[in-house]
Design a protein around this ligand. Structure first.
Ligand code: IMP
Length: 192
């Protein structure tokens, strides 16, 4: 990536503000609570992109009265993009969960779904471990180029058919800490 003074010069436009993202997380939390009242819930955040969404969702769920009886949060780390802005189509498990999922009500928390391969991989991997229930929650959906039709029970916001960054999503490991979702200027991309 070309050297730049700040993120501002790299951003073409904001797509969803911090407030819109917070409202989407609140809606997702309400929907998850409706399905897990007085039940133990385990959120599985998928690193690195779901770093913020899993944490914010866990807090939003626990603020809702009469919600799950307990909320566990664990993370796994997968890689599908490397440093490029195009999917390699190959999913690698870089870090597994530290907790068993057998017999638990699991919600996979993803930042974004594009071709669907990452979520399909995770659903298959965790499904083999015999959870009591297994659902998926995705903050941003890009439904335009699915390679596989993977079920997503909870969808936050529909992102445009663009490469997006911010709120956990990166380009070459930058922009994750941007508090809103943005589209980059074309000249920022150095990988074609
Ligand atoms: P999929 O396997 O194509 O569904 O992609 C899932 C993963 O690719 C996400 O968890 C992200 O890490 C990454 N990804 C997909 N689209 C974007 C994007 O627009 N910006 C940044 N990362 C993305």
């Amino acid at each position: 990536m070309k050297a730049m003074q700040s993120y501002e010069g790299a951003i073409a436009r904001a797509l969803f503000s911090q407030a819109e993202i917070a409202a989407a997380i609140e809606r997702l939390a309400q929907a998850i609570v409706r399905d897990h009242r007085r039940m133990p819930l385990m959120l599985v955040g998928v690193l690195k992109g779901a770093l913020y969404v899993a944490a914010d969702l866990a807090r939003a769920i626990s603020a809702i009265p009469d919600g799950p009886s307990e909320i566990g949060v664990d993370y796994m780390c997968v890689s599908s993009y490397g440093n490029a802005s195009r999917s390699s189509g190959e999913v690698r498990l870089l870090k597994d969960l530290t907790e068993p999922v057998a017999g638990r009500n699991v919600v996979i928390v993803e930042d974004i779904v594009d071709n669907g391969l990452t979520l399909e991989y995770l659903r298959a991997l965790l499904g083999e471990r015999h959870p009591a229930s297994l659902r998926a929650c995705v903050l941003f959906d890009k439904p335009y180029h699915r390679t596989v039709q993977v079920p997503v029970e909870y969808v936050g916001l529909r992102a445009p058919d663009e490469f997006v960054v911010g709120y956990g999503l990166d380009y070459q490991e930058l922009f994750r800490n941007l508090p809103y979702l943005a589209q980059l200027r074309p000249e920022v991309f150095t990988d074609g």
